[in-house]
Design a protein around this ligand. Structure first.
Ligand code: IPM
Ligand code: MN
Length: 351
């Protein structure tokens, strides 16, 4: 029987509540599909930082690197200055474990929850492959003459051939394997960012030659946001850099029905990956048992897929789909018609 070691970082705000529902579902599918797992809990997050002044202990990355997977709730605390926890925990894990892909499926489960008029589930079904280790997130740049009238602040987008190439290769492989239309769109800004996206574009078309069965397409990032709203059905798989990927996936989350459903994976195809709902810690909903746990449950499905438990992954995803379609009144916190824990129970019943 397969057995997995999973690190849990429930984190801040509603993170622990949604992770709990994910764990209930994990227990149910482990029994149903006959695998074993063991979890270790890590209390990284705002409360720990405020209590101990330590963001991540020295040994954390090395320890996390020994697991088969990491399941994260949310990072971000209202009493901690923005940036400290995000950079010190979330981005540090992404970078240090070299999780160079951020994978974000955008799928509309039920047209009732789509803010776009007339769009159906078959119209909104694509995946964004976001580069997750470079670009503007690299943190390059700085201040000159800080605090004076002559102040200059620079923030540099750092793109290596190696980093761009491995991301593009992942996207081509992914499209070949899972793309419904076998179509990969590079999202960039070649008309203005003429260094960074020149490298992206050249590498894209070079690698494309190795994938004759994958159709290639290019869209500027501004046009991409327009088409997400106007013609989302045009997209199959989209590959883009870190910053653009961050922005367009929030828009993607909205057109699929909101943060309540948006799941993501930080993937190191050769190493340890981390799965998380992308909605954040939602401080105002904390502790009320009203947050939607489906994004966390769908992230668990991605985690199971990555572990190779394909059947379990599919069954969790189908159950979440069923609950959205047949049970929920809304996907928003407090309006679902059920509590957080009840939604978890509904998913388990639907498995
Ligand atoms: C995300 C988040 C993070 C990001 C923040 C919290 C650092 O917005 O996962 O998209 O910008 O990557
Ligand atoms: Mn984001």
């Amino acid at each position: 029987m397969n057995s997995y070691k999973i690190a849990l970082i429930p984190g801040d705000g509603t993170g622990p509540e949604v992770i709990n529902e994910g764990l209930k579902v994990l227990e149910a599918v482990a029994q149903k599909y006959n695998f074993k797992y063991e979890t270790v809990n890590y209390d990284f997050g705002g409360d720990r930082y405020l209590r101990t002044n330590e963001i991540l202990p020295e040994s954390a990355i090395e320890e996390l690197g020994t697991f088969d997977s990491i399941y994260l709730g949310a990072i971000g605390h209202p009493d901690v200055k923005p940036g400290i926890l995000e950079k010190g925990i979330l981005l540090k894990i992404r970078f240090d474990l070299d999780q160079y892909i951020n994978l974000r499926p955008v799928q509309l489960y039920d047209e009732r929850f789509c803010p776009l008029k007339g769009k159906k589930p078959q119209d909104i079904d694509f995946v964004v492959v976001r580069e997750n280790s470079e670009g503007l997130y690299k943190g390059m740049g700085g201040f000159e003459n800080k605090g004076t009238e002559k102040e200059v602040a620079t923030q540099i987008s750092y793109n290596t051939r190696k980093g761009v190439e491995r991301c593009l290769r992942y996207a081509f492989d992914y499209t070949q394997k899972y793309g419904k239309k076998k179509q990969l769109t590079l999202c960039g800004k070649t008309n203005v960012l003429t260094y960074a996206f020149d490298l992206w574009e050249r590498t894209f078309y070079e690698i494309a030659k190795e994938y004759p069965d994958v159709k290639t397409d290019y869209a500027h990032v501004d046009a991409t946001t327009m088409w997400f709203v106007k013609n989302p059905e045009w997209f199959d798989v989209i590959v883009t850099d870190n910053m653009f990927g961050d922005i367009i996936t929030d828009l993607g989350a909205m057109i699929q029905g909101g943060m309540g459903l948006a799941a993501g994976g930080n993937i190191n195809p050769q190493g340890v990956s981390m799965f998380e709902p992308i909605g954040g810690s939602a401080p105002k909903y904390t502790g009320q048992n009203i947050i939607n746990p489906l994004a966390a449950i769908c992230s668990l499905a991605m985690l199971l897929q990555q572990l190779g438990e394909e059947q379990a992954a599919k069954s969790v995803e189908d159950a979440a789909k069923f609950v959205v379609r047949k049970k929920l009144k809304s996907l928003a916190a407090g309006k679902m018609g059920y509590s957080t824990t009840e939604v978890g129970d509904l998913v388990i019943k639907a498995l």
